[in-house]
Design a protein around this ligand. Structure first.
Ligand code: NAP
Length: 409
């Protein structure tokens, strides 16, 4: 499958930022740490089989392996080598497994770093129910949302200082001397930057997606009642962008409530305070389709939504910017299952289907969705789903991948 040299052709971007995809594109993959190699071993063959079946050999991905995380550390002494980043830029499209980030140590998350250096500003997570999957809610089929989460700003910007450090003391002094603000002694300090440009490019993508897919609404999710100049500004800038760039194709919820009639073909822009949105996602999920969120809220919300439709094992994601896109399993490395060929590869496989859609290879993506429905419909699932279902046939990670290929016929 993977090759040792670049034997395909390069994907390029035109002046408007649209992809030119050759029939034999070079695409980079990073296996990842922990269970990453298990899920990649199951995923690659599924993607290849779907492409082969959809296009009868006229299209083929040329895979090339790049290194990050623990394997890169062993090989180069660096967890995220510059070469890996440069080659993802060159490929324009890549797919990756999860990478380990130690909690509470000095090392920054590799995933966050990758998103920042490649400016992958939109984290896109579709949340849709596949019939047959066990769910903790009564009507999981009512959940059909796509979360557009801002990926580079907010408290994830990585501007923070450790309790007791000289830097934290200096920031604390600066706040006291300039703004008369007194922090509790030995506070750790983090900064939450959110900008008009960062918000608007995210909301632009969310609205463009809703229009293209003919979806009814985009909801701006924020905590602006408390954090007025960051989260509140996210809401304000989101509405501004809709007005400035999509005024002929959007209406606000307030206008609809006031009786505006010309709604045909228009996307409704609405907003919800984050805590209320968590309730709404459980009580009235059918009222929401595209959500645009700041970084932290989107992180929480997309996992909570994923839980309603089968959990992290089935939750795909993509990190997309204007120059590159990296598709990834949304879960972590699940280290206790590493090498056991047990974990659910569904998240990475569905991320691969998103990647095929991104390439414009929608027929191949469709085959994967169909195969997943048929396989799960036949009761063939990995341990995470089997333990919640009666009468299911539990299979390992690679066997699940093979079952999908069998169900493509
Ligand atoms: P995790 O790796 O996502 O695993 C937590 C639990 O979620 C697992 O023990 C398992 O639950 C379930 N799970 C995760 N993936 C699954 C799958 N494919 N199939 C079935 N069940 C799955 O979270 P974590 O243990 O908090 O994080 C471990 C490491 O991953 C950390 O270093 C973290 O920083 C990193 N991480 C990386 C990414 C990324 O690369 N994008 C994202 C998140 C976390 P059960 O034990 O109940 O079976």
């Amino acid at each position: 499958m993977a090759e040792t040299q670049w034997s395909g052709e390069w994907i390029t971007l035109d002046a408007q930022g649209a992809l030119n995809v050759p029939p034999n594109p070079n695409i980079a993959f990073i296996e990842g740490d922990g269970t990453g190699p298990d899920i990649w071993a199951a995923t690659g063959p599924v993607l290849d089989a779907a492409v082969l079946k959809a296009y009868g050999g006229k299209k083929k991905i040329h895979w090339f392996e790049l290194f990050a995380g623990e394997r890169a550390m062993k090989q180069t002494g660096e967890p995220l080598p510059a070469k890996t980043i440069d080659l993802i830029r060159k490929c324009v499209v890549a797919i990756k497994g999860p990478l380990t980030t130690p909690v509470g140590t000095g090392m920054r998350s590799l995933n966050v770093t990758l998103r920042r250096v490649l400016d992958l500003y939109a984290c896109i997570r579709p949340v849709r129910y596949i019939p047959g999957i066990p769910s903790p809610v009564l009507h999981p089929e009512r959940v059909d949302m796509v979360v557009y989460r801002e990926n580079t700003e907010d408290v994830y910007a990585g501007i923070e200082w450790e309790s007791g450090s000289e830097e934290a003391e200096r920031v604390s002094r600066l706040l006291f001397e300039n703004f008369d603000i007194t922090l509790p002694e030995k506070s750790g300090i983090g900064i939450k930057p959110m900008s008009p440009a960062g918000t608007k490019r995210l909301v632009r993508r969310a609205i463009a997606y809703a229009l293209k897919q003919r979806l009814p609404s985009v909801t701006l999710v924020h905590k602006g009642n408390i954090m007025k100049y960051t989260e509140g500004a996210f809401r304000k800038w989101g509405y501004e962008l809709a007005r400035e760039e999509f005024s002929d194709r959007t209406v606000t919820e307030a206008e609809v409530l006031a009786g505006r009639q010309d709604l045909e073909g228009k996307v409704v822009i609405k907003d919800r305070i984050a805590d209320s949105m968590f309730q709404q996602a459980l009580l009235r999920p059918e009222d929401y389709s595209v959500l645009a969120t700041p970084n932290l809220n989107g992180d929480y919300l997309s996992d909570a939504l994923a839980a309603q439709v089968g959990g992290l094992g089935m939750a795909p994601g993509a990190n997309v910017g204007d120059k590159a896109a990296v598709f990834e399993a949304t879960h972590g490395t699940a280290p206790k299952y590493a090498g056991l060929d047990k974990i659910n590869p569904g998240s990475l496989i569905l991320s691969g289907a998103m990647m095929l859609d991104h390439l414009g290879w929608v027929e191949a993506a469709q085959l994967i969705h169909q195969a997943l429905e048929r396989t799960i419909g036949a009761g063939i699932v990995t341990y995470d789903l089997a333990r919640q279902m009666s009468g299911a046939t539990e299979v390992g990670c690679s066997r699940f991948g093979r079952a999908l290929i069998e169900h493509m016929d």
